[in-house]
Design a protein around this ligand. Structure first.
Ligand SMILES: [Ca+2]
Ligand SMILES: [Ca+2]
Length: 223
């Protein structure tokens, strides 16, 4: 094969790798927010096996900003419950009177590429139709990031009714890829009961690797 032709083929493969890598890193085409309002004395259900739930192998660490908790505890935000059986009125809520942040570090020891996030649900509301608005800024880090990036500020204030749920998804099926940390920042005076983050370990780019290896083998044979 003439040298220039081989060089051109290498350039083509390099270009394809760049395009494929770019596609693999594409996230968050459009985040879709869905608001759910239930009646008084009704609460949305939650998950106990999501990525950030207490006790799951995918959650490595959780931390909270210092502040004044008015009622409950931030640990109630990921305990897999929305109420206590013996305290249906206000059990399993976290409310606070200062700007507040809760942060979840995902386990990247085994899943070294982080996690693909499909949905994020924030569940809140007093059962008597009292405070049920949800306003939250969500920040994230991907594996290797030193600084947080902002996914967005999301709010839902129905002004009436009981339990609320702010649900985020993506029109392409994945909100973020390769995530290692998530941070939820709230303002003053919310009643939040659970944060569910659904996702899976970010897969090895097996298809991409096979394509690249295959291309290199073809080039090697033709030399
Ligand atoms: Ca949960
Ligand atoms: Ca809870």
């Amino acid at each position: 094969m003439p040298f220039t032709k081989e060089k051109n083929m290498r350039k083509q493969w390099l270009g394809m790798m760049v395009v494929l890598c770019g596609l693999a890193g594409t996230v968050s085409a459009t985040v879709v927010q869905t608001n759910i309002l239930l009646g008084e004395y009704e609460l949305a259900g939650c998950l106990s096996d999501d990525l950030v739930n207490d006790g799951t192998t995918t959650l490595a660490q959780e931390s909270y900003a210092p502040g004044w908790i008015e009622e409950g505890s931030p640990s109630m935000l990921n305990d897999g419950k929305v109420c206590e059986p013996d305290d249906y009125w206000n059990g399993d809520v976290c409310s606070w009177n200062a700007d507040w942040m809760t942060q979840y570090t995902l386990n990247t020891t085994t899943n070294t590429l982080g996690y693909d996030i499909q949905t994020i649900d924030i569940i809140g509301g007093q059962l008597n139709g009292g405070i049920n608005r949800i306003e939250c800024t969500i920040d994230y880090k991907r594996v290797g990031d030193t600084e947080f990036s902002t996914l967005g500020y999301f709010s839902y204030n129905p002004g009436t009714g009981g339990g609320t749920k702010l649900s985020l998804s993506d029109d392409q099926g994945m909100i973020l890829s390769g995530v290692s940390e998530l941070k939820f920042s709230f303002g003053v005076g919310y009643v939040i009961r659970e944060i569910d983050v659904v996702g899976t370990a970010t897969p090895e780019p097996a298809t991409l690797s096979l394509l690249v290896i295959g291309g290199l083998l073809v080039l090697r044979r033709k030399r």
